[in-house]
Design a protein around this ligand. Structure first.
Ligand code: GLV
Length: 325
């Protein structure tokens, strides 16, 4: 009989599917992630792990799990919390959930662009604090999204979904990628160098995976290239941005504002300077948090898990090279 550890309670439809299968199922019952020691303990002897992006899956964990481990299935598209090379070296396929969340993340990205530029949260806080005295000609004003130049860093599934939405705003779209995207033409997106994107964009929006190559991609140098009127949007991963450099750039007026859904670390301390700056719109990593999307992600994670346990190829595998030998 297969043993499975699920590191958090999943949405009901996914939980019900797992319960209907012949499995020995261990589900972490707490609202927060299992502490690493607990993860090591509960993973020991399992055949499958269903994880979230808050779980650290490294070689030590794989060793603690043991050689019978056949599949890791993560309910997320990003797998930067998982040492993929260590999984591949042990022949363990890693499942993830690409595609189903692109639209939800793109919706939120557009929301964050407008909320940041047009100062939704500052205006809301002022209203609640009784600071709405009159209609002021230049009160709570900010830059337009329509007509702006938007630079997309990473024109993959999510970047493309953002570009599709932006077509409705009459913006000029620039993008930078590891290589040109063949669908860029129909999206009205123009390939430019990273420096040109930074120098020309009114909004810079990040949609690349977090890897050693993208670590602190937006650091002091990149921020210095951006316009003083520019807005940075990050719905990718906190580590793509050097947060200390960003705080400095926002304080000094080197850039205008930032809309951030992801941080280092998560959760971010409520005392963090980013949460004290008036020109930051911050959200607690809710890019994919629509009800339907989260249910689809959980179902996809169950699909990957069950395929892996049955010795089948995962429908959505983050390390397909595992099947090469
Ligand atoms: C969320 O951030 C994900 O990677 O799915």
């Amino acid at each position: 009989m297969n043993h499975v550890f699920v590191t958090r309670l999943l949405p009901d439809p996914a939980m019900q599917r797992l319960q209907a299968v012949d499995l020995v199922l261990d589900v972490w019952p707490e609202p927060g992630p299992p502490p690493y020691d607990e993860l090591l303990r509960r993973a020991s002897g399992v055949h499958g792990l269903l994880t979230l992006l808050t779980d650290r899956i490294n070689a030590r964990l794989l060793d603690a799990a043991g050689p019978q481990l056949r599949v890791i299935s993560q309910m997320a598209v990003g797998v930067d919390n998982i040492d993929l090379a260590a999984c591949t070296a042990r022949g363990i396929p890693v499942g993830h959930t690409p595609g189903v969340l692109s639209d939800a993340v793109a919706d939120l990205t557009i929301g964050l662009m407008i909320a940041t530029a047009r100062r939704f949260f500052e205006a809301h806080a002022d209203m609640r604090a009784g600071r709405w005295r009159t209609w002021e000609p230049m009160g709570w004003t900010g830059p337009d999204l329509h007509g702006a130049t938007v630079g997309i860093v990473g024109l993959g599934r999510i970047g493309e979904a953002v570009a599709r939405r932006l077509q409705g705003f009459g913006v000029r779209i620039l993008y930078h990628n590891r290589g040109p995207n063949p669908r860029a033409g129909e999206l009205g997106a123009t390939y430019v160098s990273f420096d040109e994107l930074l120098e020309s964009s009114d909004f810079v929006t990040l949609h690349c995976p977090y890897t050693p190559e993208t670590h602190h991609l937006i650091g002091a140098d990149a921020l210095a290239r951006m316009k003083p009127s520019a807005i940075l949007i990050n719905t990718a991963r906190g580590g793509v941005v050097d947060q200390d450099a960003l705080v400095e750039a926002l304080r000094s007026g080197q850039i205008l504002a930032a809309g951030l859904d992801v941080f280092t670390p998560e959760p971010l301390s409520p005392d963090h300077p980013l949460l004290r700056l008036p020109n930051v719109t911050a959200l607690p990593h809710i890019g994919s948090a629509s009800i339907a999307t989260r249910i689809k992600m959980a179902q996809m994670a169950v699909d990957n898990l069950l395929a892996g346990l049955a010795g089948q190829r995962l429908p959505h595998c983050a390390n397909p090279e595992v099947y090469e030998n």
